[in-house]
Design a binder for this molecule. Structure first.
Ligand code: ATP
Length: 258
């Protein structure tokens, strides 16, 4: 359906054993935006991303991908539109870094569409984007946690999705690679949803959605949403926003409430 947003949630809920893990989330992504999803542990961020990816069907409401209910799309159709890098992402051992990234091209291949130069280019560009081209021949099993994380992101990049879903993509990365990945993601010509714990990273998003007990309790521009009052209420900490001394993104100073 032309003109439909790449992703729309309409009262999307997921109830398991009588408990709403995600409750009544409505959301319409804007083209090219980077949406940060934050919230305390167990607030439903991963469940929501898995629902967006069509891996967990909503028990109420709907998730629409490019205008179509995600539950009615085939896996390959979904994979041609979105890539998910989940927290628990793993890859079979005994394959090389390049092999792992090549898996990203799978949704585009078929009996009438064999591997070609375009696929090689996509894989090379993805390896370069995350700074892993020199490790392309390395065995996956020998990589560090952060290197694996970068390869997962490269695989998602090679998939050439319109929508990229990243569940805490920076949690294994050193500070240089955290900032590189966020910058890379913000520059990609895709719409991105990124579950985060670091509020400094959330400030780099176009919009932020705050979750609490499965509900979306705030959605908007980061500085409008991440106020000391909201942070105190949701995370039970005192937060002050401080200007960056060199003009960068502002900084939070946190203190546990007494
Ligand atoms: N299959 C399941 N059955 C029962 N409860 C579940 C199931 N999957 C998740 N939960 C619960 O749902 C809640 C939301 O989990 P989810 O992983 O979505 O939270 P999260 O915000 O991503 O948490 P974190 O920040 O710790 O990664 C948690 O309380 C979790 O224990």
């Amino acid at each position: 359906m032309s003109g439909a947003p790449i992703l729309e949630l309409i009262g999307a809920s997921r109830r398991v054993q009588g408990r709403d893990l995600v409750a009544d989330v409505s959301l319409r992504l804007r083209p090219g935006e980077m949406l940060g999803v934050i919230g305390p542990n167990g607030s439903g961020k991963s469940t929501l991303l898995n629902m967006m990816a069509g891996l967990l069907p909503p028990t109420r409401g709907e998730v629409r991908l490019a205008g179509q209910s995600v539950t009615r799309l085939r896996r390959q159709q979904i994979a041609q539109r979105l890539a998910l890098v989940s927290q628990a992402a793993d890859t079979a051992e005994r394959i090389s870094v390049r092999d792992a990234v090549e898996l990203g091209r799978t949704p585009w291949l078929g009996p009438l569409r064999p591997w070609g130069a375009k696929d090689d280019e996509a894989v090379q560009a993805a390896l370069q984007a995350v700074g892993m081209e020199r490790m392309a021949a390395r065995d996956w099993s020998t990589l560090s946690g952060g290197e694996r994380q970068r390869v997962h992101i490269a695989r998602a990049h090679a998939q050439a999705p319109q929508l990229l879903l990243l569940d805490e993509p920076t949690n294994h990365l050193d500070i240089h690679h955290q900032l590189s990945i966020l910058e890379l993601v913000s520059q990609l010509p895709v719409t991105t949803v990124i579950a985060l714990h670091d509020m400094h990273h959330a400030l780099r998003c176009d919009r932020v959605m705050v979750m609490q007990s499965g509900r979306c309790v705030a959605l908007g521009a980061p500085l409008d949403i991440l106020t000391p009052a909201l942070i105190r209420e949701i995370f039970a900490v005192d937060a002050r926003l401080i200007a960056h001394p060199a003009g960068g993104f502002p900084l939070f100073a946190f203190q546990r409430l007494a």
